[in-house]
Design a protein around this ligand. Structure first.
Ligand SMILES: Cc1cc2nc3c(=O)[nH]c(=O)nc-3n(C[C@H](O)[C@H](O)[C@H](O)COP(=O)(O)OP(=O)(O)OC[C@H]3O[C@@H](n4cnc5c(N)ncnc54)[C@H](O)[C@@H]3O)c2cc1C
Length: 472
């Protein structure tokens, strides 16, 4: 490959989504990944409805759904079920699919595009200057040097890119250590056959924490012990899993084999800035939190959809002033809101009588349709609204426009005629419609005609300039 224009560090769901978006928009992209092969770990098990919509935007949802294990008409808040049937979407359910399968699909798409993923290459350092970023990585054959115009750290919660940048990562340290493991269990009619909201309350039996993955394999989440009691990198052992399976009331399944295990915590931190010159952060590299409600992968994938088209435009020299900065401005508050709600969920799980009392009140409230819709809208990602400075007020502004198919990197003008696109037709498509709406490549409305307070006859030109650059 000639010099890449963007180097993405990390072939997790965030980096792979971003690399696909960049590649499809014609950007020469290279992914560096330190592991030699995908771990196969079933970390995230779900695509939230908004992520499903975004994958559908590019035509990827159907093939992903073919790899899914189930579809769940509910979400949850601290284990309290939310009815997703109330959501206004074509996909009022979580797609139940292990993270490794999502990664596998995205990596296959990259291979089909010819975007290289250099496995076994660990970023060890970088330096940025006015013209680009020089990167060093340790590969199977020793140290290697790369150069690109931009570098994106999608390298997970312990991000080397974030640490080297020295960007602040304020928040709260871990208090609790938990473990997750894929386990093979002895045949047993008492084992769960369906997915359920995870047990957040203390005092449940082990079967409540088991999610069936097929072929006698279950995902088992356990622990909840003080963080100081367990070294972060201590391997999860068979003895430990066996002991956890024997803890608590009810049935005690028997372990046949431990496939893999790993530890996670309730640490809650967010990078102060997602953009520093030519270096950007996305996904867990930018935010870590308790994986409560099933949001982390989804948040990272949506970071990637927000960033991809913006970075592609900037690389092409068509990015208007402030476009990359809008990635931070839009996504930082979304990440902060997820940190807030996951901390709230963690507090509801505390093993004390007062937390249990608050939990009972919250469960009661969530059984009402309005509260259910509000919280389901939050956790599903559907209620997101980006501020669109400078655009006249309109109910659609900043909101997603579902039911679209958009090519990566291209916007869409809906309206009675295409004439406003003179000068932008190389970046924005037109589709006939009675209402006039301008949609960004990530599916969010950045201008809508005829809104409240809109000057008579004002067209989409200011929004076209703001989001798509000067006309050609
Ligand atoms: C037990 C558990 C359950 C979870 N459940 C859910 C869920 O149900 N739903 C949900 O949405 N989320 C869930 N999550 C969170 C989700 O797994 C993460 O948010 C997601 O993996 C983040 O993706 P990422 O691509 O940003 O980072 P990662 O998946 O961490 O990927 C980072 C990649 O970067 C690579 N890397 C790191 N350093 C370097 C380097 N120096 N050079 C090169 N490569 C490097 C790593 O090897 C890795 O492949 C869960 C997490 C855990 C632990």
């Amino acid at each position: 490959m000639t010099h890449p224009e963007v180097i993405v560090v990390g072939a997790g769901p965030t980096g792979l989504t971003l690399a696909n978006e960049l590649g499809l928009a014609g950007v020469r992209t290279l992914v560096l990944e330190r592991t030699l092969r995908r771990s196969g770990q079933s970390k995230a098990l779900n695509l939230q409805p908004r992520t499903a919509e975004m994958f559908d935007l590019r035509g990827w949802l159907d093939p992903l759904a073919d790899r899914a294990l189930t579809a769940l008409p509910w979400g949850h808040f601290a284990g309290i079920a939310l009815d997703y049937g109330a959501l206004d979407t074509r996909f009022p359910y979580q797609v139940g699919i292990p993270q490794a399968r999502v990664e596998g699909f995205l990596e296959d798409r990259l291979a089909a595009q010819g975007v290289p993923v250099l496995r076994g290459h660990e970023l060890t350092g970088f330096a940025q200057d006015a013209g680009g970023v020089s990167v060093t990585a340790e590969g199977p054959g020793g140290a290697r040097a790369f150069r690109a115009a931009y570098l994106v750290g999608a390298d997970g919660g312990r991000s080397r890119v974030r640490k080297e940048l020295g960007v602040g990562f304020p928040g709260r340290d871990a208090r609790v250590s938990l473990a997750v493991a894929d386990v093979e269990l002895e045949d047993d009619p008492a084992l769960p056959t369906e997915w359920r909201p995870p047990p957040f309350e203390a005092g449940h039996g082990p079967t409540a924490a088991l999610t069936p993955l097929g072929d006698g394999v279950f995902r088992f989440v356990f622990g909840g012990v003080p963080y100081a009691d367990v070294p972060r990198d201590a391997p999860v052992t068979e003895d430990e899993v066996r002991a956890a399976l024997n803890t608590g009331p009810g049935h005690h399944p028997r372990l046949r084999a431990l496939r893999w295990g790993s530890r996670f915590t309730d640490a809650s931190r967010q990078a102060e800035s997602y953009v520093d010159g030519r270096v950007l952060l996305a996904g867990d590299a930018a935010h870590v939190h308790l994986p409560a409600g099933g949001q982390g992968l989804n948040l990272g994938v949506q970071d990637a959809f927000n960033l991809g088209w913006k970075l592609a435009a900037v690389v092409r020299g068509r990015g208007p002033e402030g476009l990359l900065g809008s990635y931070h401005d839009e996504r930082h508050p979304v990440g902060a809101a997820v940190l807030e709600n996951t901390r709230a969920q963690g507090a509801l799980a505390l093993p004390d009588v007062d937390a249990r009392a608050v939990r009972a009140v919250v469960a009661d409230l969530l059984s009402g349709p309005e509260a259910n819709r509000r919280v389901a809208g939050l956790i599903s990602g559907l209620d997101l609204r980006y501020p669109m400075p400078g655009a006249p007020a309109h109910p659609l502004l900043g909101r997603r426009l579902p039911r679209l198919r958009l090519p990566a990197g291209r916007g869409l003008l809906l309206g009675p005629d295409a004439s406003p696109l003179r000068g932008w037709a190389d970046r924005v498509d037109w589709s006939p419609a009675p209402d006039r709406v301008l949609v960004r490549p990530d599916g969010y409305v950045c201008w809508a005609g005829g809104g409240e307070g809109a000057p008579e006859g004002e067209g989409p030109e200011p929004a076209l300039r703001r989001w798509f650059g000067a006309p050609s």
